[in-house]
Design a protein around this ligand. Structure first.
Ligand SMILES: [Zn+2]
Length: 88
């Protein structure tokens, strides 16, 4: 195989990888929007509400983070919260 054909092959592969990454980002953004709209009560990946478990909450400078795991599909992620108000 010529060097040109190899370069062509690599470029084609890189384009495919980039297209898959774009597709994945789009899918993830849709799932994230749905998850937030539901109030974080259904798994980001499998949609189950039965297996969600939250870890400890870390709060720092108006932001909070909590690791969430889903025992139904085994995936985990971090919920991110922002300060939206105060209670007098
Ligand atoms: Zn799940």
């Amino acid at each position: 195989m010529s060097e040109d054909a190899d370069v062509q092959k690599i470029e084609t592969r890189n384009q495919l990888v980039a297209a898959l990454e774009d597709e994945w980002d789009e899918q993830f953004e849709k799932a994230e929007a749905k998850y937030i709209e539901a109030g974080g009560v259904e798994c980001l990946y499998c949609g189950s509400s039965a297996g969600l478990e939250g870890g400890s909450i870390d709060i720092e400078f108006g932001e909070a983070h909590q690791e969430i795991t889903c025992s139904e599909c085994g995936r985990d992620w971090v919920d991110s919260y922002k300060l939206v108000g105060v209670i007098e």
